[in-house]
Ligand binder design. Sequence first.
Ligand code: CA
Length: 526
Amino acid sequence: MTRQGNLKQFAGSLWHVKRATAVMVGVRSHREPILGFAIACLATFAFANVTSAAKKTSADRPNILFIFLDDFGWRDTGYMGSDFYETPNLDKLAAEGMIFTNAYSSAANCAPARACLLSGQYTPRHEVYNVGTEARGKAAHRKLLHIPGTKTLDPSIQTWAHRLQSAGYKTATMGKWHLSDDPVPYGFDVNIGGTHSGGPPKGYYPPHGKVPGLENAPKDEYVTDRLSSEAVKFIESNQDQTWALYLTHFAVHTPLDAKKELVAKYEAKSPGKLHQHVAMATMIQSVDDGVGRIQAELDELGLTDNTVILFFSDNGGYGPATDMDPLKGYKGTYYEGGIREPFFVKWPGVVKAGSQSDEPIIGVDLYPTLCDIAGADLPADQPVDGTSLRPILSGQQTTYGDRPLFWHFPAYLQSYQVWDEQRDPLFRSRPCSVIRVGDWKLHQYFEDNGLELYNLRDDVGETTNLAQSNPAKTQELLTRLQQWRDSTNAPVPSQPNPEYDADAEAKAIGAIGQKAKKGKKRRKAG
Ligand SMILES: [Ca+2]
C-alpha cells in the first residue's frame, strides 16, 4: 500500500475508535435506569462493606496498571490500523480512554528508553545511551569513537516506583527490566522476571534459568501468558490496598518465538498489506489475551473504575517483522518509526472516553504523570525533564505550545536488513541528536554534521529534507538543540576512530546496494 493510502486507512481506523466509543456510550445511556435500580438495591446490602467500597471508588488514589511492551510498533494494534494483528482487548481499553497519536519514546532502543522512562530524565543525565557500552557495528565503518556511557541505571536516582512506594503504593515489576541485575532496589516490592538481560535466556518457552519468579516454569508455558497470570494473581492478592503494576512484557522483542497454539490460525489468515508476520501476530495476541484476562479480574474485583491503565512501548517495531508505514524507520533509527509509539491512557472519571490528543509527548513525561496520578511528590533534588500529562488527560489543556522534545544518541547501532528505512545502509543510527518543536523536527548527525529538517504535519514519512530550503528554521532548532545539550552536559563524539577505513566502508555500502537490488527483483518476481 502507498504511504498516502496508509494515511487514509490510519485516519479511518481512528474514526472507527471514535465511532465504537459513541456506540458504547449510547448503550450505556439506555441501561442507566436499570443500572440505577440495581445500584439502589445493592446499596441496601452494602453497609457492612462501606469502608472497602469507598476505598475502591476513591478517585484520588487509583491503582495503576502500566502495560509496557518491547519493540511494539506504532501501528501494531487494531486501533492504530493493523490489518493482520488482532488486539480486541487493547482496542476496547483505548476506546475507553485517550489515544495519543504523537507519543514518543525517549530513545530508539531498549535500555536507554527504559532508563529515561524510570528516571524521568533524558539520556545525558543518566548516561544509559545504548544496550551495553561496547561499540556496535564494524569498527572500520565507524568514523568516530562512541560515548560508552553506562549500562546500569545509577541506583541513587529516585525512580517513579520509589515515589509511588513512598506514597504508600504496593509496587510490582513483571517482565523485562534491563537496567540493573535486580529491580527491587529501584522501588519495587515485587519482581517477577526482571534481570539485567533483555529477555529470558531461551526465549519465550522454558527453561528460564535463574530468572526470578520463573525458575520452575512448566514446560510449554508461554512466558507472556505466565506474566499475565502473575499480574492477575498480584491484583487479586492486593485488592484491598493501592497498587501499581509495571507489566513490562518481554513481548514482542526477538526471538520471534510464536505461541504454538496460535500459529495455525494466523497461517490460515490472509496477509495484510501492512502486516503479515505470523509469529509476530501470535506474540501480539498472547499479550492481548492477557490484557483481557487482567481486565476480567479487575471487573470481578470491582476495581475497574479505580484503576488507571497506561499502554506504551519502549521503541519502534522490529523492522524485519513489522511495519510502521507511513512512518519511515524502525527500532534503532531516529526517524519516526523508531521512536513514535502507540500510547493511550484510560483513567475513569478523569479522561473522557473516546478522546484523542495529537500533542507531542515523550517517555520522560511518564514519571511526573505517574506521580500526579498517585498523588506522590516529585523528588526534591533531582532533575525531572518531563511534564505531567494530567492537564491534557483531564481536558484542561490541549497543548504545551512550543515545548521542545529532545533525543541524544552518541553511539552506533548496526543495521538489520531493512536498508532503505535508515540514513545509510550500514547503521540504523550513527551518533546524533534530534529535536522536535511543534510540527518541526531536526536531526543532527555528528560524523558529517548532516542536518535533516522535516515538517511532520506535511511529511510524516520524513521524505523531504528542508534543511537547505529553510535555513532559518534549521538554525532556530539547531540553536535550541545546542543550548539543551549544553544545559545537560551532553557529550558529543568528536574523537576520530583510528580503526575507521573509508574504502572498506564504501565497499560495504556498495555490496549492500547490490544485495538490495537483487532483493527488490526477487520481490517483484515473487
Ligand atoms: Ca525495545
